[in-house]
Structure formats: C-alpha cells, structure tokens
Design a protein around this ligand. Structure first.
Ligand code: I6G
Length: 333
C-alpha cells in the first residue's frame, strides 16, 4: 500500500541536470557493423571490445531521483533538457522502490529507464475499458503513455505499469569501471533492471544476442523494438563522448516493425467447424516484420463495429510471431 496524492491541474517542468539524450539507430546489420567499426577505431582493445546488450523496451523514458535513498522526484524525458514532473504518478508504479535498499545507497542518484505495460496488463486494461463502454487503447505503449500523463495519480495507480532501469543521470556515487557493474549495483539497491542484460564481446556476439532475442521476441510478454548495445567500459564511453544528438558509445539495433499500413480490399466471413463466423479482411499485400500479409482477422462483429472497419479503409495491421495477423485500427485521418 502506498500513500496517494491529490489530483493536480497541470504538470510542472523539471530541468534535467544531466540531459536525457536519445539513441542512434542501426536499422540493419551493416549499420551495426559501422557502429562497431567506429568504436573499435577509437578505443583500446580493438575488436574485443565488450558491450552490454539488453532489450529496447517500447515504453516511455523516465528519470527517477533519489536523495538519501528516498524517491524525491520523477520526470518524463520531454525534449531531453526539460521534462514534466510526474513524481506522484511514478510513485504508484508497484515495482518502483520508494526507498533504496542497503547501507551503501548513494546520497544522490537519478535512475533512468523505461515505463511500459506488459501484454497481460494491457489486455486486462482494455477488456475492463470495453466492459465499461470506454474506448480501448490502440497498443501497450499508448496505454502506458496515457496512464503516466494522468493528472490524478489515483487513475495511474489502477494501471498496470512496470519500470525497468537501463542507466543513470546525476549521481554522487563514482559509478565504477563498467556500465554492467553500475547497473548491477543499482539493482542491488532494489531498482528493477532487465533480466536479459548481458555482457557480450565483439560484433559476432552482438549479432548472436540480437538473433536470439528476435527469436524470443514474441514470448517476452511485452513489446520491444530492438536491442541496445553500449560500450561497457565507462572510460571508453567518456572517450567516445556524444554528438549533439546521440552518445557515440551506444546504439539501438532495431527489429523490423510488427505493424504496417495497408488497404482493406474486401471482407469475407469464414464459418468454422463449430459454426462460429469470423470476419476476415482481405488486404492489399504488405510486408510486416519480414512476412507478406494479405489476410487479417477482424475477430467478430463486435470488433468490426468497435473498430468501424470498412472496405476501402486504410488500416494498421499487426503480426506477432505465429499469431494470425489482425487489423489493429483504421487510419481515420
Ligand atoms: O531510449 C533508451 C532505451 C534503452 C536509451 C537507453 C537504453 O538503454 C538500454 N540508453 C540510453 C543511454 C539512452 N536511451 C540515452
């Protein structure tokens, strides 16, 4: 149980003492190899450079500040220099510690990471919304964003949000020698981190991690859009520095998107063995996550009405693993 707070009329602005910059993307294997080449050209140890590897969660970046072990402030990324104060909302996230553990927790630390919603939490939230006759959320990311942006923290408290730390901002603590060791220390203070965080050496190990996570992507239970690789040695990170936009010591190797836009050319009604009727959208063929999709389920007539799908509409289709592709929503605009 956690003590709540009154609704607010607006969010106040928070200036990030250490900017929250975004990551550069590697859209294919060649771009990952380019990143690795740039790194090896400027750090000692050359090809044997060690990276941390972890899933890139598809959520919202937040920074959570602890002073003397107490959670004192939480903020959105915003434009990277200034975000919004969402302290009272973040305090309602069950796996965010309000106090850090242990005698050795630092005087000041800002932990940074992603707030997201699991598939199970998202399904529960949307089925509750449908039961009440409310508009469901389009995807877990929108649901997480809408939940964090509530002015009334009591609403956020009822939403199934989860936090995962991947880095830090201002800290009074010398972070030690490596990214991996610092994240493990943060975890020892009670802050959740990715169970898939690993150290990998060289480009081939990065590729193997990426391929393995790609195979497991649909079984993770939450959306990810890639893998983040970071040069592990903090001295090397400092030497590599940053451009105006991105750190030079990290990259997000992206997976192909699981959603694409196409046009509904017809709707047909399939009758199953039990007599159940399933409306199926016949689509203009489109590539989704490396596979050509030309049919997508519309589930049942309630869903057709709710989504208001009509022949000729432009729609988002989504496929995940072996699941039958589905029409997610109409692009009304
Ligand atoms: O947006 C991000 C997602 C994941 C990140 C990130 C990350 O690490 C796993 N790390 C950094 C350093 C930044 N953005 C800036």
């Amino acid at each position: 149980q956690r003590v709540g707070a009154e609704p607010r009329s607006e969010f106040t602005q928070v200036r990030h003492r250490v900017p929250m910059i975004s990551l550069d993307n590697a859209m294919d294997d060649g771009e990952l190899a380019d990143f690795h080449r740039r790194v090896t050209e400027s750090v000692k140890g050359g090809a044997d450079v060690v990276y941390t590897a972890e899933p890139k969660l598809d959520g919202l970046a937040v920074s959570i500040r602890y002073e003397d072990g107490f959670l004192v402030q939480a903020a959105t990324r915003g434009d990277g220099s200034t975000g919004e104060d969402i302290t009272q909302n973040v305090r309602t996230i069950q796996n965010v510690p309000l106090r850090l553990l242990g005698p050795d927790c630092p005087v000041v630390i800002e932990v940074r990471g992603e707030v997201y919603m699991t598939h199970a939490g998202f399904e529960r939230l949307n089925s509750d919304a449908r039961r009440r006759g409310d508009e469901p959320f389009a995807n877990p990311r929108n649901a997480a964003a809408g939940s964090l942006r509530q002015l009334d923290p009591r609403i956020t408290a009822g939403r199934p949000l989860t936090f995962c730390c991947y880095g830090w901002g201002e800290t009074s603590e010398p972070p030690g020698d490596s990214q991996f060791a610092m994240i493990r220390r943060i975890a020892a203070w009670g802050v959740p981190i990715s169970r898939d965080l690993r150290q990998v050496m060289g480009l081939d190990a990065c590729r193997a991690y990426f391929d393995d996570l790609g195979r497991r992507r649909d079984a993770l239970g939450y959306d990810i859009d890639g893998v983040v690789f970071k040069v592990d040695r903090l001295a090397d990170q400092a030497a590599l520095g940053a451009t105006a936009h991105h750190p030079r010591w990290a990259v997000a190797r992206k997976f192909p998107p699981q959603e694409a836009l196409t046009v509904v050319e017809a709707v047909e009604f399939q009758v199953g063995r039990t007599g159940a009727v399933t409306p199926v959208a016949r689509l203009r063929p489109v590539q989704v996550g490396g596979v050509t999709v030309s049919n997508a389920t519309l589930h049942n007539m309630d869903e057709v009405r709710r989504k208001d799908v009509r022949v000729g509409d432009t729609v988002y289709v989504r496929r995940a693993g072996d699941v039958i592709p589905e029409v997610v929503r109409v692009l009304a605009e």
